[in-house]
Ligand binder design. Structure first.
Ligand SMILES: Nc1ncnc2c1ncn2[C@@H]1O[C@H](COP(=O)(O)OP(=O)(O)OP(=O)(O)O)[C@@H](O)[C@H]1O
Ligand SMILES: [Mg+2]
Length: 293
Protein backbone atom coordinates (compact mmCIF):
# COMPACT_ATOMS: atom_id res chain seq x y z
CA UNK A 1 0.00 0.00 0.00
CA UNK A 2 1.32 3.38 -0.98
CA UNK A 3 1.06 6.00 1.74
CA UNK A 4 1.78 8.66 -0.84
CA UNK A 5 -1.49 7.99 -2.65
CA UNK A 6 -4.70 8.46 -0.73
CA UNK A 7 -6.71 6.99 -3.59
CA UNK A 8 -5.75 4.33 -6.12
CA UNK A 9 -8.25 3.64 -8.89
CA UNK A 10 -7.39 0.79 -11.21
CA UNK A 11 -9.18 -0.43 -14.33
CA UNK A 12 -12.50 0.89 -13.13
CA UNK A 13 -15.40 -0.27 -15.30
CA UNK A 14 -19.04 0.78 -14.96
CA UNK A 15 -21.79 -0.51 -17.22
CA UNK A 16 -25.42 0.54 -17.13
CA UNK A 17 -27.15 -2.16 -19.13
CA UNK A 18 -25.57 -1.78 -22.56
CA UNK A 19 -23.99 1.62 -21.83
CA UNK A 20 -20.30 1.51 -20.98
CA UNK A 21 -20.05 4.65 -18.86
CA UNK A 22 -16.49 3.90 -17.67
CA UNK A 23 -13.90 1.79 -19.39
CA UNK A 24 -10.63 0.88 -17.63
CA UNK A 25 -10.26 4.13 -15.73
CA UNK A 26 -6.94 4.21 -13.87
CA UNK A 27 -5.50 7.09 -11.82
CA UNK A 28 -3.94 7.82 -8.44
CA UNK A 29 -4.56 10.81 -6.20
CA UNK A 30 -1.66 12.02 -4.06
CA UNK A 31 -2.31 12.73 -0.41
CA UNK A 32 -2.43 16.46 0.25
CA UNK A 33 -3.07 17.44 -3.36
CA UNK A 34 -5.81 19.37 -5.08
CA UNK A 35 -6.68 17.27 -8.11
CA UNK A 36 -9.30 17.74 -10.80
CA UNK A 37 -11.31 15.34 -12.90
CA UNK A 38 -12.33 17.11 -16.10
CA UNK A 39 -13.88 16.23 -19.44
CA UNK A 40 -16.83 17.06 -21.68
CA UNK A 41 -20.47 16.56 -20.63
CA UNK A 42 -21.31 12.87 -20.32
CA UNK A 43 -17.62 11.84 -20.12
CA UNK A 44 -18.28 9.82 -16.94
CA UNK A 45 -16.97 12.18 -14.24
CA UNK A 46 -19.96 11.96 -11.89
CA UNK A 47 -20.08 8.21 -12.47
CA UNK A 48 -16.47 7.97 -11.20
CA UNK A 49 -17.53 9.92 -8.09
CA UNK A 50 -20.55 7.67 -7.60
CA UNK A 51 -18.28 4.61 -7.70
CA UNK A 52 -15.67 6.18 -5.37
CA UNK A 53 -18.26 7.21 -2.82
CA UNK A 54 -20.22 3.98 -2.73
CA UNK A 55 -23.36 5.17 -4.51
CA UNK A 56 -22.70 2.68 -7.29
CA UNK A 57 -20.91 -0.62 -7.06
CA UNK A 58 -18.46 -0.65 -9.97
CA UNK A 59 -18.88 -3.40 -12.55
CA UNK A 60 -15.13 -4.08 -12.43
CA UNK A 61 -11.75 -2.82 -11.28
CA UNK A 62 -10.57 -1.67 -7.89
CA UNK A 63 -10.70 1.44 -5.73
CA UNK A 64 -8.33 1.58 -2.78
CA UNK A 65 -8.74 4.29 -0.16
CA UNK A 66 -5.72 4.78 2.10
CA UNK A 67 -7.21 6.71 5.00
CA UNK A 68 -7.64 6.37 8.75
CA UNK A 69 -4.39 4.35 8.96
CA UNK A 70 -5.91 1.56 6.97
CA UNK A 71 -6.67 0.56 3.44
CA UNK A 72 -10.30 0.20 2.38
CA UNK A 73 -11.21 -1.57 -0.82
CA UNK A 74 -14.34 0.38 -1.78
CA UNK A 75 -15.56 -2.06 -4.40
CA UNK A 76 -15.07 -4.97 -2.00
CA UNK A 77 -16.81 -3.27 0.93
CA UNK A 78 -19.84 -2.73 -1.31
CA UNK A 79 -19.74 -6.17 -2.80
CA UNK A 80 -19.65 -8.16 0.44
CA UNK A 81 -22.49 -10.56 0.86
CA UNK A 82 -23.72 -12.03 4.14
CA UNK A 83 -21.20 -14.58 5.36
CA UNK A 84 -21.80 -17.35 7.86
CA UNK A 85 -19.77 -15.48 10.50
CA UNK A 86 -22.00 -12.38 10.13
CA UNK A 87 -24.86 -14.33 11.67
CA UNK A 88 -22.74 -15.23 14.73
CA UNK A 89 -21.15 -11.79 15.25
CA UNK A 90 -23.90 -9.23 16.08
CA UNK A 91 -21.76 -6.20 15.12
CA UNK A 92 -20.94 -7.65 11.70
CA UNK A 93 -24.58 -8.59 11.22
CA UNK A 94 -25.72 -5.03 12.07
CA UNK A 95 -23.20 -3.59 9.59
CA UNK A 96 -24.46 -5.84 6.82
CA UNK A 97 -28.11 -5.03 7.53
CA UNK A 98 -27.30 -1.31 7.53
CA UNK A 99 -25.52 -1.69 4.22
CA UNK A 100 -28.51 -3.52 2.72
CA UNK A 101 -30.81 -0.75 3.97
CA UNK A 102 -28.82 2.40 3.27
CA UNK A 103 -26.31 1.42 0.60
CA UNK A 104 -22.57 1.69 0.98
CA UNK A 105 -22.02 5.42 1.00
CA UNK A 106 -21.96 5.77 4.79
CA UNK A 107 -19.30 3.03 5.02
CA UNK A 108 -17.07 4.86 2.56
CA UNK A 109 -17.72 8.11 4.43
CA UNK A 110 -16.64 6.50 7.69
CA UNK A 111 -13.52 5.22 5.96
CA UNK A 112 -12.51 8.86 5.36
CA UNK A 113 -14.06 10.06 2.10
CA UNK A 114 -16.80 12.71 1.79
CA UNK A 115 -18.50 14.28 -1.20
CA UNK A 116 -20.73 17.08 -2.40
CA UNK A 117 -23.24 16.78 -5.23
CA UNK A 118 -23.58 18.27 -8.71
CA UNK A 119 -27.19 19.06 -7.76
CA UNK A 120 -27.10 20.51 -4.26
CA UNK A 121 -28.57 18.10 -1.72
CA UNK A 122 -29.26 19.87 1.56
CA UNK A 123 -32.18 19.54 3.93
CA UNK A 124 -33.72 22.80 2.74
CA UNK A 125 -36.41 22.89 5.44
CA UNK A 126 -33.83 22.56 8.21
CA UNK A 127 -31.64 25.33 9.56
CA UNK A 128 -28.05 25.67 8.45
CA UNK A 129 -26.74 24.41 11.80
CA UNK A 130 -29.16 21.46 11.82
CA UNK A 131 -27.83 20.35 8.44
CA UNK A 132 -24.35 20.17 9.97
CA UNK A 133 -25.55 18.27 13.05
CA UNK A 134 -27.46 15.70 11.01
CA UNK A 135 -24.35 15.01 8.93
CA UNK A 136 -22.42 14.20 12.08
CA UNK A 137 -25.18 12.01 13.51
CA UNK A 138 -25.07 9.92 10.38
CA UNK A 139 -21.33 9.42 10.48
CA UNK A 140 -20.72 8.88 14.21
CA UNK A 141 -21.74 5.63 15.83
CA UNK A 142 -23.68 6.29 19.02
CA UNK A 143 -26.08 4.21 20.98
CA UNK A 144 -29.76 5.04 21.10
CA UNK A 145 -29.89 4.09 24.78
CA UNK A 146 -27.32 6.76 25.72
CA UNK A 147 -29.46 9.27 23.81
CA UNK A 148 -32.67 8.32 25.62
CA UNK A 149 -30.93 8.40 29.00
CA UNK A 150 -29.12 11.61 27.99
CA UNK A 151 -25.89 10.39 29.59
CA UNK A 152 -22.88 12.64 30.18
CA UNK A 153 -21.03 11.12 27.26
CA UNK A 154 -24.03 11.73 24.99
CA UNK A 155 -24.21 15.39 26.10
CA UNK A 156 -20.50 15.79 25.52
CA UNK A 157 -20.80 14.37 22.04
CA UNK A 158 -23.70 16.73 21.31
CA UNK A 159 -21.62 19.70 22.45
CA UNK A 160 -18.66 18.52 20.42
CA UNK A 161 -20.92 18.22 17.35
CA UNK A 162 -22.16 21.77 17.85
CA UNK A 163 -18.62 23.09 18.28
CA UNK A 164 -17.51 21.34 15.12
CA UNK A 165 -20.51 22.68 13.20
CA UNK A 166 -19.74 26.27 14.22
CA UNK A 167 -16.05 25.77 13.47
CA UNK A 168 -16.80 24.80 9.86
CA UNK A 169 -19.45 27.51 9.50
CA UNK A 170 -16.76 30.02 10.28
CA UNK A 171 -14.34 28.53 7.76
CA UNK A 172 -16.97 28.83 5.00
CA UNK A 173 -18.10 32.29 6.19
CA UNK A 174 -21.66 31.32 7.10
CA UNK A 175 -21.68 31.84 10.88
CA UNK A 176 -24.24 34.64 10.73
CA UNK A 177 -26.65 32.34 8.84
CA UNK A 178 -26.55 29.51 11.41
CA UNK A 179 -30.26 29.71 12.24
CA UNK A 180 -31.58 30.47 8.78
CA UNK A 181 -33.25 27.74 6.73
CA UNK A 182 -30.77 26.17 4.33
CA UNK A 183 -33.25 26.69 1.48
CA UNK A 184 -33.17 30.48 2.07
CA UNK A 185 -29.45 30.76 1.37
CA UNK A 186 -28.16 31.95 -1.98
CA UNK A 187 -26.86 29.35 -4.39
CA UNK A 188 -23.22 30.13 -3.60
CA UNK A 189 -23.89 29.96 0.14
CA UNK A 190 -25.61 26.58 -0.25
CA UNK A 191 -22.56 25.25 -2.12
CA UNK A 192 -20.34 26.40 0.76
CA UNK A 193 -22.72 24.83 3.28
CA UNK A 194 -22.43 21.52 1.43
CA UNK A 195 -18.65 21.71 1.79
CA UNK A 196 -18.98 22.47 5.52
CA UNK A 197 -21.37 19.55 5.89
CA UNK A 198 -18.90 17.20 4.26
CA UNK A 199 -16.03 18.51 6.38
CA UNK A 200 -18.06 17.84 9.55
CA UNK A 201 -17.57 14.11 8.92
CA UNK A 202 -13.76 14.48 9.30
CA UNK A 203 -12.83 13.25 5.84
CA UNK A 204 -9.22 12.86 4.73
CA UNK A 205 -10.36 13.36 1.14
CA UNK A 206 -13.28 15.42 -0.10
CA UNK A 207 -14.78 15.01 -3.58
CA UNK A 208 -16.54 18.10 -4.94
CA UNK A 209 -18.81 17.69 -7.98
CA UNK A 210 -18.83 21.02 -9.86
CA UNK A 211 -18.50 23.28 -6.81
CA UNK A 212 -18.24 26.44 -8.96
CA UNK A 213 -21.33 25.74 -11.09
CA UNK A 214 -23.68 28.72 -10.87
CA UNK A 215 -21.23 30.91 -8.94
CA UNK A 216 -20.27 34.41 -10.04
CA UNK A 217 -16.56 35.24 -10.56
CA UNK A 218 -16.00 36.65 -7.07
CA UNK A 219 -17.74 33.66 -5.44
CA UNK A 220 -15.58 31.35 -7.58
CA UNK A 221 -12.48 33.19 -6.41
CA UNK A 222 -13.58 32.79 -2.77
CA UNK A 223 -14.26 29.09 -3.37
CA UNK A 224 -10.78 28.60 -4.81
CA UNK A 225 -9.16 30.10 -1.72
CA UNK A 226 -11.39 27.95 0.50
CA UNK A 227 -10.22 24.83 -1.33
CA UNK A 228 -6.61 25.89 -0.74
CA UNK A 229 -7.39 26.36 2.96
CA UNK A 230 -8.77 22.79 3.13
CA UNK A 231 -5.55 21.47 1.63
CA UNK A 232 -3.04 23.70 3.40
CA UNK A 233 -4.57 24.17 6.85
CA UNK A 234 -6.66 21.04 7.30
CA UNK A 235 -4.51 18.43 5.52
CA UNK A 236 -7.48 17.49 3.38
CA UNK A 237 -6.97 16.09 -0.08
CA UNK A 238 -9.39 17.64 -2.56
CA UNK A 239 -10.65 15.97 -5.74
CA UNK A 240 -12.94 18.15 -7.80
CA UNK A 241 -14.98 17.85 -10.97
CA UNK A 242 -15.17 21.25 -12.59
CA UNK A 243 -16.00 22.85 -15.92
CA UNK A 244 -14.52 26.27 -15.01
CA UNK A 245 -11.13 25.82 -16.67
CA UNK A 246 -9.72 29.03 -15.21
CA UNK A 247 -10.31 27.71 -11.72
CA UNK A 248 -9.11 24.18 -12.55
CA UNK A 249 -5.82 25.37 -14.04
CA UNK A 250 -5.36 27.84 -11.21
CA UNK A 251 -5.75 25.53 -8.22
CA UNK A 252 -4.98 21.99 -9.39
CA UNK A 253 -1.73 20.18 -8.69
CA UNK A 254 -2.85 17.30 -10.90
CA UNK A 255 -5.53 16.79 -13.55
CA UNK A 256 -7.16 13.64 -14.94
CA UNK A 257 -9.06 14.05 -18.22
CA UNK A 258 -11.93 11.73 -19.14
CA UNK A 259 -13.61 11.42 -22.51
CA UNK A 260 -16.26 8.84 -23.40
CA UNK A 261 -15.55 6.94 -20.17
CA UNK A 262 -11.79 6.68 -20.76
CA UNK A 263 -8.80 8.54 -19.35
CA UNK A 264 -7.21 10.43 -22.24
CA UNK A 265 -4.61 12.41 -20.27
CA UNK A 266 -3.14 12.85 -16.77
CA UNK A 267 -0.64 15.39 -15.52
CA UNK A 268 -0.01 18.90 -14.26
CA UNK A 269 -1.97 21.93 -15.57
CA UNK A 270 0.73 22.93 -18.08
CA UNK A 271 0.88 19.43 -19.62
CA UNK A 272 -2.89 19.24 -19.84
CA UNK A 273 -3.32 22.70 -21.34
CA UNK A 274 -1.04 21.87 -24.23
CA UNK A 275 -2.17 18.26 -24.78
CA UNK A 276 -3.69 18.04 -28.29
CA UNK A 277 -5.97 15.13 -27.33
CA UNK A 278 -7.42 17.17 -24.48
CA UNK A 279 -7.91 20.23 -26.64
CA UNK A 280 -9.65 18.16 -29.30
CA UNK A 281 -11.89 16.27 -26.87
CA UNK A 282 -12.66 18.99 -24.39
CA UNK A 283 -13.31 21.83 -26.75
CA UNK A 284 -14.65 19.72 -29.59
CA UNK A 285 -11.93 21.25 -31.76
CA UNK A 286 -10.08 19.48 -34.52
CA UNK A 287 -6.65 18.24 -33.51
CA UNK A 288 -4.03 20.83 -34.36
CA UNK A 289 -6.51 23.70 -34.28
CA UNK A 290 -5.37 26.66 -32.15
CA UNK A 291 -7.39 26.83 -28.92
CA UNK A 292 -6.38 27.90 -25.46
CA UNK A 293 -7.54 26.20 -22.29
N1 LIG B 1 -27.67 5.67 -13.38
C1 LIG B 1 -27.41 5.67 -14.69
N2 LIG B 1 -28.07 4.87 -15.55
C2 LIG B 1 -27.79 4.86 -16.86
N3 LIG B 1 -26.84 5.61 -17.44
C3 LIG B 1 -26.15 6.44 -16.65
C4 LIG B 1 -26.38 6.52 -15.23
N4 LIG B 1 -25.52 7.42 -14.69
C5 LIG B 1 -24.81 7.88 -15.73
N5 LIG B 1 -25.17 7.30 -16.89
C6 LIG B 1 -24.57 7.54 -18.23
O1 LIG B 1 -23.16 7.49 -18.10
C7 LIG B 1 -22.56 8.50 -18.90
C8 LIG B 1 -21.69 9.41 -18.05
O2 LIG B 1 -22.51 10.23 -17.24
P1 LIG B 1 -21.93 11.16 -16.09
O3 LIG B 1 -23.09 11.76 -15.37
O4 LIG B 1 -20.95 10.40 -15.28
O5 LIG B 1 -21.17 12.28 -16.94
P2 LIG B 1 -20.42 13.59 -16.45
O6 LIG B 1 -19.04 13.52 -17.00
O7 LIG B 1 -20.57 13.80 -14.99
O8 LIG B 1 -21.22 14.73 -17.26
P3 LIG B 1 -21.62 16.25 -16.82
O9 LIG B 1 -20.40 17.09 -17.08
O10 LIG B 1 -22.72 16.58 -17.80
O11 LIG B 1 -22.08 16.24 -15.41
C9 LIG B 1 -23.69 9.22 -19.63
O12 LIG B 1 -23.84 8.64 -20.91
C10 LIG B 1 -24.89 8.94 -18.76
O13 LIG B 1 -26.06 8.97 -19.50
MG1 LIG C 1 -21.54 15.19 -13.81
Amino acid sequence: MSQENILEVENLVMHFGGIKALNDVTFNIKRGSVSALIGPNGAGKTTVFNCLTGFYKATGGSILLNAGNKQTSVVKVLGEKFKGSDFINPAAFAERVKYKMFGGSHLVNRAGLARTFQNIRLFKEMSVIENLLVAQHMSVQRSMISGILNTASFKNSEEAALRKAFYWLEVVHLTEFANRLAGELSYGQQRRLEIARSMCTNPEIICLDEPAAGLNPSETEALASMIRVLRDEHNTTVLLIEHDMGMVMNISDYIVVLDHGEVIAKGGPDDIKSNPKVIAAYLGAEEGEEVSL
